[in-house]
Design a protein around this ligand. Structure first.
Ligand SMILES: [Zn+2]
Length: 203
């Protein structure tokens, strides 16, 4: 949840990094959403390698011509992100997701998985989302797919965790061999916890 680097990516899965585009998630005062405009969403998507620089440029032109549509997409992106946040948070706490959230998530699945196609490319068959290039929400399918793949992975779900730093709230996929990771980042929340322990010992 670093304030200094706006594009810190520590989630280890695209869907986790997408969820972590809010700093200090669990704090009412400090909470800061990175997606304050459609342009910011595009910027992050390039950084996350969901969009190429060329795609980003084209989408920004498109958004400039259809500002209200871009606004609408931004609203949907944030809604989907918050639904995913609540679902994966409940997974990290080993509780069931809210039914309404799952229903909402499935609306996105229904919508975007319609464009899934088997494509023949370079002597290989691949499953790809085929949407019109200029769709303003073209960054969403791969993010959604990352979430779906993780959800149905069964064995991997136990690695979904929430940072213990309070009030960080960030989620991550724990890739450590013995599943011992506790913080979004050692340099941030991990370090703050260490400092706190040091002072408590000193008292
Ligand atoms: Zn943290």
């Amino acid at each position: 949840m670093s304030e200094t680097n706006p594009y810190m990516m520590v989630g280890e899965r695209l869907c986790m990094d997408f969820i972590n585009t809010v700093s200090w998630r669990e704090s009412a005062e400090k909470r800061r959403d990175w997606f304050t405009s459609y342009a910011k969403l595009i910027d992050w998507s390039v950084h996350a390698e969901v969009l190429t620089a060329q795609q980003a440029q084209d989408l920004l032109v498109e958004a400039g011509e259809n500002p209200s549509q871009a606004e609408e997409v931004l609203k949907q992106v944030i809604e989907m992100r918050e639904v995913m946040y609540r679902m994966f948070k409940s997974i990290s706490k080993k509780t069931s997701p809210d039914e309404q959230d799952l229903a909402c998530f499935n609306e996105y699945v229904n919508h975007f998985y319609r464009s899934l196609q088997v494509i023949h490319e370079k002597d290989q068959y691949m499953l790809k989302f085929k949407q019109p290039e200029k769709n303003l929400d073209t960054m969403l399918p791969p993010i959604l797919q990352s979430a779906v793949n993780l959800l149905v992975s069964k064995t991997e779900l136990v690695r979904v965790k929430q940072c213990e730093g309070d009030p960080c709230g960030w989620l991550f996929f724990d890739t450590s061999r013995n599943r011992s990771r506790r913080w979004c980042s050692m340099a941030d929340c991990g370090n703050r916890a260490k400092v706190r322990r040091f002072y408590q010992k000193g008292k």
